[in-house]
Design a protein around this ligand. Structure first.
Ligand code: CU
Length: 526
């Protein structure tokens, strides 16, 4: 359960005001702080774009307190906004990251970066979240090589300081990464406009002063034994202050799309803790990719899937095609049942899809339209992912448990210890079968750095077709017909074949309150 309050209404109103000021070039002062009516949504803001030049996407990023929210944020080019990084397979991300957060003890305001979903090295100066850490006043230099065979799709970067990830990510320290070339998998996408969408769930700062970390304090006090464990009549769709979601930084957006026009929506659930289940009223979605990997990257899998909705756990991504209608329609997140001990996730509207405004270009950047003439990225004749999968060389079981009274979270009975040896040793070039067991009464989202995996089964039911993903929902425990609690179980095929992935990295629950509370461990691939 996450019991944090959302940012206050005033904070949201200020965010809205800032956006409107920006949209108006800062010239208009006849603005109201009153909530905007749903019929007058602002156009979807587009973050600034950093494109690779000569194979390198270079940027300077600053961690600092955003005066608009009084919370930590990314400052880029003088604005508090996380830029979108766009590059080709084989390119390199080069980021100078300076920590200008104030020195503090609760929390310490240390920070770093993780490149979520990217198949890259876990060793410094690449995607190392264990030894690379900047205290206030310090600076890090990331050089992250993207393999030439990296799948084209949407990834993201976010901060990953254990104990403080929840507060930093929920405050917006996260941006999108686009690896170009998805039109090589799906030529029909080349002529479509696309929308890069980051969903966030702004929440209040954890009370670090009570116990010195994010695990308890006011959250525990507010929870006050309110667990619904064993309560079968709880309402998972109940309204809650904690369930507010922003779309590219605003409460609700208008997306211009003409009647009959198809667009590619590329969505990151950058919430620290909130699930979304995306749907568009009156139509099915044509899903083309999950977690950055096109669906047809799994051997034998169909290229696309027509689905009524797509569940995206925190940190997950989905890319899908939607169709405009003459009367307009709504992009919404449907209610999600996160379990008796989980947070309410009610149905909410995220965006109004409308023909109004569609005549104007949606974008002035290359992200507004995938150029059909883009030079083909280098792709090996037989990509690693397309080769026959070796049989698993090892099996591991991870049991997720928690103490809701103290807000502590465990994998196989242990909380994360930065000084502990890796809990799992794997060997490069192999696959392994991992069984993730959820013995709690709420959902968790299993994620591992550096590699993707496929889901073999969920609660004993074979899962087909195969897909490569990096974050998976793990069902909560339910009482069986015999009256005995049955844990939720997912079986995963872990892919350690890419030789770039060697070293020590982590796997964890991507509900970041749980990760901060200990639900994380190390793996070493040798
Ligand atoms: Cu969790």
């Amino acid at each position: 359960m996450v019991s944090l309050h959302t940012m206050g209404r005033a904070s949201i109103a200020i965010l809205t005001l800032l956006f409107v000021l920006e949209a108006c070039g800062g010239s208009s002062m006849s603005l109201s702080l009153a909530p905007k009516p749903a019929t007058d949504s602002s156009d979807l803001p587009e973050p600034p774009l950093v494109k690779s030049v000569s194979g390198v996407a270079q940027l300077d990023l600053i961690a600092a307190i955003d005066p608009a929210t009084n919370a930590p944020g990314f400052e880029y080019a003088g604005r508090f906004v996380a830029p979108t990084i766009e590059l080709s397979p084989g390119d390199t991300i080069d980021i100078t990251y300076k920590n200008e957060l104030p020195p503090s003890t609760t929390p310490s305001n240390m920070t770093n970066l993780h490149f979520h979903g990217i198949t890259t090295s876990p060793l410094a100066p690449a995607d190392d979240v264990i030894s690379m850490m900047a205290m206030p006043g310090q600076q890090l230099h990331y050089v992250v090589p993207i393999p030439a065979e990296e799948e084209p799709g949407i990834y993201w970067y976010h901060t990953h300081p254990h104990g403080q990830s929840n507060w930093q990510v929920t405050s917006g320290m996260a941006g999108a990464i686009i690896v170009d070339g998805i039109e090589m998998h799906f030529p029909f996408l080349a002529s479509l406009r696309q929308q890069v969408i980051l969903l966030r769930n702004p929440q209040d700062k954890p009370d670090y002063s009570t116990l010195g970390d994010a695990r308890a304090g006011a959250q525990r006090a507010r929870r006050g034994g309110s667990s619904d464990r064993g309560n079968t009549s709880y309402d998972p769709c109940r309204p809650s202050e904690d369930t507010h979601v922003t779309i590219n930084g605003i409460p609700e957006a208008r997306i211009g799309i003409q009647a009959g026009e198809k667009q590619l929506f590329r969505v990151v659930n950058a919430s620290a803790n909130r699930y979304v289940d995306l749907a568009v009223d009156g139509q099915d979605l044509t899903l083309v990719s999950q977690d950055g990997f096109p669906l047809d990257s799994y051997p034998g899998a169909p290229g696309t899937a027509v689905v009524p909705d797509v569940l995206i756990p925190p940190a997950g991504r989905a890319e899908f095609v939607v169709t405009g209608t003459a009367a307009g329609t709504l992009l919404r997140s449907k209610c999600v049942d996160t379990g008796p001990d989980g947070d309410p996730v009610p149905d909410i509207v995220l965006a109004r899809l409308s023909p109004q405004g569609a005549a104007a270009p949606l974008s002035t950047s290359s992200l507004g339209r995938l150029p059909a003439t883009r030079p083909a990225a280098k792709k090996p004749p037989v990509p690693l992912l397309a080769r026959a999968l070796p049989a698993p060389s090892a099996q591991h079981t991870l049991v997720f448990t928690e103490e809701t009274a103290t807000n502590q979270y465990f994998i196989n009975g242990a909380q994360y210890d930065p000084n502990a040896a890796p809990a799992i040793i794997a060997h490069s070039g192999t696959t392994e079968e991992w069984t993730v067991v959820n013995a709690t009464s709420e959902l968790h989202a299993f994620h591992i750095h550096q590699v993707h995996f496929s889901v073999e089964s969920i609660d004993g039911v074979a899962h087909s077709p195969g897909r490569w993903i990096d974050t998976v929902n793990v069902p909560y425990a339910k009482t069986g017909s015999n009256g005995i609690p049955q844990p939720g179980v997912v079986k995963l095929l872990m892919d350690f074949r890419n030789p770039i992935v060697r070293g020590i990295f982590v796997y964890h629950c991507h509900l970041l309150e749980h990760e901060d509370g200990g639900m994380m461990a190390k793996i070493e691939v040798q």
